[in-house]
Design a protein around this ligand. Structure first.
Ligand code: ATP
Ligand code: MG
Length: 148
């Protein structure tokens, strides 16, 4: 059984026309998209998404940011997909993120960091459930699956 993660291209990634660039990196790595939705996140959904950060001084800011414009939410699947996608995203703040990572290559900001990725199997399960119904996650095979 493949691992799953929730990836979101955040409003700045959409506004900066980086959807294709970001998805291309995950595709080339050999990860599989099993669900995708271009959507507006409501403030209520953003609050649920960031529930673990409730009470922190940046909570209101990140809720406002995630819900300020359209995002692309995706489920990615693959062996060790959580660890791999977190590495590909880079450190949380653009100014700390290593070159070669998405955040390291494309931003300097603390808040506008382009992308979200689940950080554990538990958070992936919780977050995927917020954005997708079970029937929206597709089960299919890729022809190169045994090679990547
Ligand atoms: P995300 O959950 O958005 O994928 P992350 O897992 O790398 O990012 P978290 O620690 O979950 O980072 O923080 C969630 C968001 O809150 C970050 O994307 C960042 O915008 C913001 N954030 C985190 N820590 C701080 C902080 N100390 N000061 C300001 N903003 C912060
Ligand atoms: Mg996080």
């Amino acid at each position: 059984m493949n691992d799953k993660t929730l990836i979101i291209i955040k409003p700045d990634g959409v506004q900066r026309r980086m959807i294709g660039e970001i998805i291309a990196r995950f595709e080339k790595k050999g990860l599989k998209i099993t669900a995708a939705k271009f959507m507006q996140v409501s403030p209520e959904l953003a609050q649920k998404h960031y529930a673990v950060h409730k009470g922190k001084d940046f909570f209101d800011r990140i809720v406002k940011y995630l819900s300020c414009g359209p995002v692309l939410a995706m489920v990615l699947e693959g062996p060790k997909v959580i660890e791999i996608s977190r590495k590909m995203m880079g450190a949380t703040f653009g100014y700390n993120a290593e070159p070669g990572t998405i955040r390291g290559d494309f931003g300097t900001s603390q808040t506008f960091n382009l992308i979200h990725g689940s950080d554990s199997p538990q958070s992936a399960e919780y977050e995927i459930g917020l954005y997708f119904k079970p029937e929206e996650i597709l089960n299919y095979q890729m022809p190169d699956q045994t090679w990547v």
